[in-house]
Ligand binder design. Structure first.
Ligand SMILES: C[S@@+](CC[C@H](N)C(=O)[O-])C[C@H]1O[C@@H](n2cnc3c(N)ncnc32)[C@H](O)[C@@H]1O
Length: 193
């Protein structure tokens, strides 16, 4: 009888933003974050798997991981950190109508990747301390050519991301097509005056 041994199971893996490694934008500009005098920590807003925040933890930066999905946050408890104070988990709904969960909170930097809720933009800007940074990258309207998201609420208009930070120092801003996964995004790094 012919015996066939499967050495490796074939598991279809889809490339999504959540199972990719840390964002190239963050890696490219990591020295900006490392040069910050950190007293409040970095907020990884709508962190999902926390790929970006985990990268910062590895560079010695304290991170608050925030998401509405408690299960995703729970998976982050497995992350090994030398000092538990470096990492905080925050289960939160950023789309509450009456309550602003960022009110009274201050961060040295806020990361927003693959998430858009326009009503939150001013709240995000207020929550960054003077001299602090925003890293923002998400889909543009051109993303429709590649599939989801296609809801206009989740897609940036041309120039929209930059327009929100006009009064800040814009360090990086571009709108481009990405090969993997095929997508169209706008990205920005800006410093609060
Ligand atoms: C597309 S994922 C992006 C995850 C991560 N930023 C990344 O790029 O890998 C969007 C994340 O937003 C979170 N999210 C959606 N609505 C939210 C809300 N109202 N408040 C907080 N997080 C929310 C989801 O749970 C999900 O983890």
């Amino acid at each position: 009888m012919l015996r066939v041994r499967l050495l490796e199971p074939i598991i279809p893996v889809s490339v999504t933003h959540s199972n990719l490694k840390e964002s190239a934008l963050l890696v490219r500009h990591i020295t900006l974050l490392e040069a910050l005098e950190v007293s409040h920590g970095v907020l990884d807003l709508a962190c999902g798997s926390g790929r970006n925040g985990r990268y910062l933890l590895g560079r010695g930066l304290p991170v608050v991981f925030a998401d509405i999905d408690g299960e995703k946050l729970a998976s982050l408890t497995a992350v090994d950190v030398p000092d538990p104070a470096m990492m905080r988990l925050w289960e939160v709904d950023f789309e509450q109508k009456t309550n602003n969960p960022l009110a009274g909170k201050t961060f040295d930097a806020i990361l927003i990747f693959n998430y858009l809720h326009r009503a939150l933009i001013d709240r995000i800007k207020q929550a960054v301390r003077p001299g602090g940074l925003v890293f923002y990258e998400t889909f543009t309207e051109q993303q429709r050519r590649f599939g989801r998201p296609s809801n206009p609420n989740f897609l940036l208009k041309p120039g929209e991301l930059k327009s929100w930070f006009e009064t800040w120092q814009i360090i990086h801003c571009e709108e481009l097509e990405r090969a993997c996964p095929p997508s169209h995004v706008a990205s920005l790094v800006a410093r609060k005056p």
